[in-house]
Design a protein around this ligand. Structure first.
Ligand code: CO
Length: 209
């Protein structure tokens, strides 16, 4: 059980550790940020991306929501993408899903979840788009895992549908990556998505620049 005392005690020792290594660590941190990565991940408490990748303060611009969705009418994620890509000029955008994602699981069930319905419908749409492949997987865990991966892929496609990402990919070589974190093993998996092939395929319809 986490207590708030534990949190503040830890913070105090973290500050001392940092200062011991570099006396002006926080002075430098206060001067600004130049992260190279925009990370879009799930809000799930087990997917602590900085801890599991060793990314320190200033290295990643982070956005998290339920089931790592890039929804084109979500002003929050769209503002994050615009700010990170256009203003901070990050070099990479990562969408990271994770196995055993509660949001993805919920979208596989027939259940009225109130305000979560419109949010999870985005994942149901991913299922519908890929229903032939998903329905051919008999093992339920494997089907669930595959939906997690396909959801990451579709959110990467949603990224590429934005003008900011299209322009940065062409203009300065911005890269988009799809990852999955396996909470059962601790391993981070690169799905090695061919974003340029995806870009080419969807540009006929989604070209904005
Ligand atoms: Co999740």
């Amino acid at each position: 059980m986490t207590t708030f005392k534990k949190i503040f005690d830890y913070n105090q020792s973290w500050v001392s550790d940092k200062l011991q290594i570099e006396a002006d660590y926080f002075e430098k941190l206060g001067q600004g940020q130049e992260p190279e990565i925009l990370y879009i991940g799930c809000s799930d408490s087990r997917v602590t991306i900085e801890e599991l990748t060793g990314a320190g303060p200033g290295e990643m611009f982070v956005h998290r929501n339920i089931a790592n969705l890039v929804n084109n009418v979500d002003l929050n994620v769209m503002a994050v993408i615009n700010y990170a890509v256009v203003h901070l000029k990050v070099k990479h955008v990562v969408v990271c899903g994770h196995y055993n994602c509660g949001g993805v699981k919920a979208a596989m069930q027939s259940l009225d979840l109130g305000i979560l319905n419109p949010w999870l419908r985005n994942i149901r749409d991913v299922y519908r788009t890929h229903s032939a492949e998903l329905n051919s997987i008999e093992d339920e865990t494997k089907r669930y895992d595959r939906l997690v991966e396909l959801n990451v892929q579709e959110q990467c496609i949603n990224l590429v549908k934005t003008a900011a990402v299209q322009q940065a990919m062409k203009g300065r070589g911005l890269e988009v990556h799809g990852w999955v974190f396996d909470v059962r093993t601790g391993k981070l998996i690169d799905l090695n998505l061919d974003i340029h092939a995806i870009l080419k395929k969807i540009m006929e319809i989604y070209k904005l620049d």
